[in-house]
Design a protein around this ligand. Structure first.
Ligand SMILES: Nc1ncnc2c1ncn2[C@@H]1O[C@H](COP(=O)(O)OP(=O)(O)OP(=O)(O)O)[C@@H](O)[C@H]1O
Length: 366
């Protein structure tokens, strides 16, 4: 997918902006607080209907106005698509794709991979961060996954409520638990497949970024024991149920579900050692960069088209060599990227469309 044009009105500190994008690397430069991230946020909102920075939609409306709107034009395999989103102060949100009312899960919506400074902690951060990382992409890739994911959340809440109310010997607990196991297994299988795809893709990327000095490995880590080496739906379901039985008393005592995809993790190994314990801070950040790039390539492998890659101020945390490697990779890539940066030192010789942002306005090339 390639974003061609975006028109932003009354969004954060951007009163009115139109940007025509290049199909490779687009860079927004400027001092702190000028509106660089706001542009990426507008692209994100146009695609997902929500922000990655605030749960409160009305925060996005410019302080002096009562509504915002974002129009985009993008292409997917020659197909021209347009989107429109508008929000007013009473939280009325209009979403349109190709001039027709739509919901956020539209398969034709602009697909994205987002990389923000917080993601640099993917390796050492909590398992929740790593689960969110793969869930975000899997939800965009598959409507089934998205449906199962939401369903699992509901079943987990219901199951926990029954555990809390000591109702594990009831018929409804059994019904909920059967559905819970079935949905859990579906999610786990999708995540295992995606993790093994990431594992294949990240290997050469990490070799490139470390000049072949270090190796990387990614494995899906289940929250329960599994005896068999080979994993398939039956084996997973059988092990899940056996494990549930063996921890039944514990679950009743603690009043919560203690195994399932909501507690799984993704383990990253550098040179066969768990990266979060053994890799340096810088190496952990390099792994995070490669993970995000791998996410873009894995998306393409599954869907046969690339998502748009948004990178918000991630260069600052990388060393000079890695910064240039990443910039060169992006400028030569087959996919489109949008990157923000305060510091323009590294950007001079990079093949990209460079724009300077000041007070929420594009003031053109530096
Ligand atoms: N609803 C709003 N209405 C008007 N201005 C807003 C609104 N929300 C945030 N801002 C302003 O937007 C600016 C922040 O923009 P943004 O986060 O895009 O900055 P940035 O250029 O990415 O900066 P940095 O380099 O510091 O990350 C701030 O000046 C903030 O006051």
């Amino acid at each position: 997918m390639f974003l061609k044009n975006i028109q932003i009105k009354n969004f954060r500190n951007i009163k009115k902006m139109e940007y025509n994008a290049e199909s490779n690397l687009n860079i927004f430069m400027g001092d702190n607080g000028q509106g660089k991230t706001n542009i990426l946020e507008a692209i994100f909102v146009s695609s997902t209907g929500k922000s990655f920075r605030t749960p409160t939609d009305t925060n996005l409306i410019n302080y002096e106005e009562s509504w915002y709107s974002i129009k985009t034009k993008y292409v997917n395999n020659e197909r021209k698509i347009n989107s429109f989103i508008k929000l007013d102060q009473s939280k009325n949100k209009i979403l349109q794709i190709n001039n027709k009312k739509t919901s956020i899960n539209n398969p034709e919506s602009l697909k994205l991979v987002l990389f923000i400074p917080d993601d640099l902690d993917l390796v050492k951060g909590s398992p929740l961060k790593r689960r969110k990382f793969i869930d975000f992409t899997l939800k965009q890739i598959s409507q089934d996954y998205s449906f199962n994911f939401d369903n699992y959340g509901k079943l987990l809440r219901k199951r926990n409520l029954l555990l809390k109310n000591d109702q594990t010997n009831t018929k409804s607990f059994n019904i909920i638990n059967d559905l819970f196991v079935e949905t859990a297994v579906k999610l786990i299988l999708s995540r295992i497949n995606f993790t093994s795809l990431l594992d294949q893709i990240i290997k050469p990327l990490y070799q490139e970024i470390t000049n072949g000095k270090n190796t990387i490995k990614i494995r899906y880590a289940l929250s329960f024991n599994i005896e068999d080496e080979k994993i398939n739906q039956n084996i997973l379901e059988k092990s899940f149920i056996e494990n549930q039985r063996s921890i039944k008393d514990k679950e009743i005592k603690r009043k919560k579900s203690m195994i399932g995809p909501h507690l799984d993790d993704i383990h990253l190994y550098q040179d066969n050692k768990l990266a979060r314990h053994f890799a340096s801070q810088g190496q952990q950040r390099n792994i995070a960069v490669c993970l995000k790039l791998a996410e873009v390539y894995a998306f393409k492998k599954i869907k046969d088209y690339y998502p748009v890659f948004l990178l918000d101020e991630v260069l600052a945390e990388l060393d000079q060599e890695k910064r240039l490697l990443l910039l060169n990779h992006l400028s030569k890539a087959e996919f489109q990227s949008f990157l923000t940066s305060v510091n323009s030192n590294n950007l001079r010789n990079v093949e990209a469309k460079l724009s300077v942002i000041k007070d929420g306005q594009l003031i053109g090339k530096e």
